[in-house]
Write a protein of this length. Structure first.
Length: 178
């Protein structure tokens, strides 16, 4: 039995959830999002919240039980609170500028990097070295933040590059001059 899958997903005030033909749709103050549920699982809305039950005991169905419950939990949390990731850009001459829906990054290359921000994700630049990514879809927010970070990951000697705000970078000692 899945420990996570059996727990009901609580629905906060201001969020409405509709279940129809294998599609769960949540509507809240931040927006609307939906997720499709496999036919091997059934989703019911009751007094404690949304519950997910298995229709068979196959290995793939058991594996999906907790996953779908977590995705439903993220769906409800996303439309009520939203998700955020914060990035910090460190380095001399390293900066970010938002031009419309395009993020322009200067990361020490011979050319600036132009990143088109996908729909459904908001990107904000604070100053020149702090980037905030927010949205209602946890997977999309994490993917955009990871792609921005992948343009120039932090190097361990000087600490230059793009990192998450709460990321700890293990610094290495450079060459010793004797």
């Amino acid at each position: 039995m899945s420990r996570i899958g059996v727990q009901p997903v609580s629905i906060p005030d201001g969020v409405t959830v509709t279940i129809s033909q294998g599609v769960v749709t949540a509507k809240g103050p931040k927006g609307e999002n939906s997720i499709s549920v496999p036919e091997s699982l059934s989703v019911d809305q009751g007094e404690p919240g949304i519950s997910v039950t298995r229709r068979s005991e196959e290995k793939t169905v058991r594996a999906l039980h907790g996953t779908i419950r977590s995705l439903l939990s993220n769906l409800v949390e996303g439309v009520s609170k939203g998700f955020e990731r914060h990035l910090v850009i460190e380095g001399v001459g390293y900066r970010a500028v938002l031009q419309g829906s395009e993020l322009v990054l200067s990361l020490g290359f011979s050319h600036p990097i132009h990143y088109q921000v996908p729909a459904g994700v908001d990107v904000k630049v604070d100053g020149q070295n702090a980037v905030g990514v927010s949205g209602i879809d946890k997977q999309q927010v994490g993917l955009v933040a990871a792609r921005i970070r992948a343009f120039s990951p932090v190097e361990p000697y000087k600490g230059k590059g793009v990192r998450y705000r709460d990321e700890q970078v293990r610094r290495k000692v450079g060459k010793a001059v004797s």
